[in-house]
Design a protein around this ligand. Structure first.
Ligand SMILES: [Zn+2]
Length: 316
């Protein structure tokens, strides 16, 4: 059942309308256990669009297997999604820094408050994100240290390649996830893929993961086969590789592969002079879980992130 949560009139004569789809089979009560899937807080992150579509399609195909309520919120920042912009258009506001919001505040604070109000009461919430246009991410759950103990058992069910503990920026205090976790709704942030792109394989991997979590929590009767065991990072186990010069980055490795200490990750080259500016080498053995996709770089630009201190024989 598609429901409009709120519609705000905008000065330009348009409306900002927030929608959700409540999926449940006949006989389910509104007080039954509920799982909520949220995406589109950042309007340039589209991977979650496919996940919402495919999850809804697969659930509707076997609706009799659903126990409880599945709420899907595919567009928390609908104006951003309309223009594929990360922030709220014309305001440069990061909606994911507005939570918990305020019923008597600005338009965006009101929107944030409506979102929180509606999600409270969920037994679990999953917030889907998708990197940016510059770097590609493997499917991963990011949790802050504060909630790690509580969230890790859920994170392991989600069929991700990795769980990144203490990824501070993504799970900042004014995010939706931090707000909900503080209000006793376990909320997991998934990051994957690239901004403004949809990677169908990653999407299918996460749909399997959400169905597996639903199965383990008693929301879904079908068992899901071949769930990955994620590698789990702890503090200080992520190596950041950044450019120290301006140029064009040429990757020498594939994303989501293990590298050895000293292995060449890529080169930053000077196109005009046909000159090698910088060789980028791995400082440690590990898994390249972030890799630059956008070739133009400047000093300080992120080129790769390597998860170190793990063994290569992870199970897929
Ligand atoms: Zn995001």
């Amino acid at each position: 059942m598609v429901k409009q949560l709120v519609s705000f009139a905008l000065p330009v004569g348009e409306n900002l309308t927030l929608m959700k789809n409540r999926i449940m089979k006949e006989g389910t009560k509104d007080s039954d256990p509920r799982i909520s899937i949220v995406t589109g807080i950042h309007g340039d992150e589209l991977e979650g669009q496919y996940v919402c579509y495919e999850l809804t399609r697969r659930i509707n195909e076997n609706l009799n297997c659903l126990t409880g309520i599945l709420d899907i919120y595919p567009a928390i920042n609908p104006l951003g999604l309309d223009t594929a912009s990360r922030y709220v258009p014309k305001s440069d506001i990061d909606l994911n820094r507005m939570f918990p919001g305020s019923k008597s505040g600005t338009l965006m604070e009101k929107l944030a408050a409506v979102v929180v109000d509606d999600l409270i009461g969920s037994d679990i919430c999953i917030d889907l994100h998708a990197s940016d246009i510059f770097v590609k991410e493997i499917p991963q759950v990011r949790v802050s240290e504060h909630f790690a103990e509580k969230l890790l058992p859920f994170a392991k069910l989600l069929n991700v390649d990795m769980v990144w503990m203490n990824a501070t920026a993504t799970v900042h205090e004014s995010t939706l996830a931090h707000t909900l976790n503080s209000m006793s709704v376990p909320t997991l942030v998934i990051e994957m893929g690239l901004g403004k792109k949809i990677n169908r394989a990653f999407g299918n991997q996460i749909v399997d993961g959400i169905l597996n979590l639903m199965h383990e929590m008693g929301f879904w009767k079908q068992e899901i086969a071949h769930i990955k065991t994620p590698v789990i990072s702890k503090d200080g186990q992520v190596e950041f590789l950044r450019a120290s010069t301006t140029g064009v980055f040429i990757p020498f490795i594939e994303h989501n592969h293990f590298v050895k200490k000293g292995q060449k990750i890529g080169e930053v080259v000077n196109v005009l002079e046909g000159k090698l500016e910088e060789e980028i080498l791995a400082g440690e053995d590990g898994l390249v879980f972030t890799l630059r996709e956008y070739p133009m770089v400047y000093e300080g630009a992120l080129l790769a992130r390597i998860l170190t201190g793990i063994k290569e024989d992870r199970k897929d």
